[in-house]
Design a protein around this ligand. Structure first.
Ligand code: SAM
Length: 267
């Protein structure tokens, strides 16, 4: 009998996967290989954890809900070795974890059906440790995946798109309907793959300046760059970066933000 007796907790974003076809497709997409160091965010009742353990033998998982810790540990024993970190994923230093438990290159592979209320903070937390992460496979709200992958000119192209695409290749994989979860969320979901770029391919000279420019540019997305970036960059800087001061942030490609931020950081 399952030791998971607590009802799903809405405030922890608990929508548990129960569709075996979807679970199998996620495991296929992750495609664990010998030597990989897989870290799951929010194992919940083990819907992904146990199939991954069966395939891979060992796994680290980070779960906040203390009611799930003992049943997870108990049920995992039948499938493999679960190293459970009991706490908030936002407090976990992925770089330290990768140094301690990473693969031969000192990297981890992050996976998870994320708590949707924490999607953006988790994505930005992962970006802070991108060099320690080989890749990420996440289930998120479909609308969030669309924003992550959007390009200039799209209505949903914004800060999340630029920040993620500057550091990672973003590939939406497949859509998952509400009925795959219990309880069913109100929205469609989607699985996305993020692969951090090698340091040399990123080209961001000073990450805090880059984050600052992108935040300011999209803070008032209806405004022109000249107006939105007041106090951050003037028209001469914007032009020197090859951008038009009367353009809006939603028209500027990722490389344009990188050029502008690098120019500002150098001055
Ligand atoms: N992986 C399971 C599945 O697919 O059925 C559960 C997914 S559920 C959408 C999200 C999980 O993240 C829940 O188990 C929840 O308790 C956990 N969680 C929520 N906030 C968390 C946090 N700050 N740190 C770690 N885990 C968290």
């Amino acid at each position: 009998m399952s030791g998971f007796t607590e009802p799903a907790k809405k405030h922890l974003g608990q929508n548990f996967l129960h569709d075996h076809g979807v679970i199998a497709n996620i495991v296929l997409a992750i495609n664990p290989q010998p030597g990989d160091a897989i870290v799951e965010i929010g194992p919940g009742q083990g819907a992904l954890t146990f199939p991954l353990l069966k395939k891979h033998g060992a796994l680290t998982a980070i779960e906040f809900d203390r009611d799930l810790h003992a049943p997870l540990q108990a049920a995992a024993q039948a499938h493999g070795t679960l190293h459970l970190i009991e706490g908030d994923v936002l407090g976990v230093d992925f770089s330290a974890l990768a140094a301690q438990r990473g693969d031969a290159h000192g990297q981890i592979r992050l996976v998870g059906n994320l708590p949707y209320n924490l999607s953006s903070p988790i994505l930005f937390h992962a970006l802070d440790h991108a060099a320690a992460i080989r890749d990420m496979h996440f289930m998120l709200q479909k609308e969030v995946v669309e924003r992550m992958a959007a390009g200039p000119g799209s209505k949903v192209y914004g800060r999340l798109s630029v920040m993620l695409q500057a550091y990672c290749a973003v590939t939406p994989l497949f859509i998952v309907p509400p009925g795959a979860f219990k309880p069913a969320p109100k929205v469609d979901s989607a699985v996305v793959r993020l692969v951090p770029k090698p340091q040399a391919a990123i080209g961001v000279a000073h990450p805090p300046s880059f984050a600052n420019v992108v935040r300011a540019a999209f803070g008032q997305r209806r405004k022109t760059l000249r107006n939105a970036l007041q106090g951050v960059a003037d028209s001469a800087h914007i032009e020197a970066a090859g951008l038009r001061p009367d353009a809006r942030a939603e028209q500027v490609e990722v490389a344009g933000f990188v050029r502008l931020a690098n120019l500002l950081a150098a001055n």
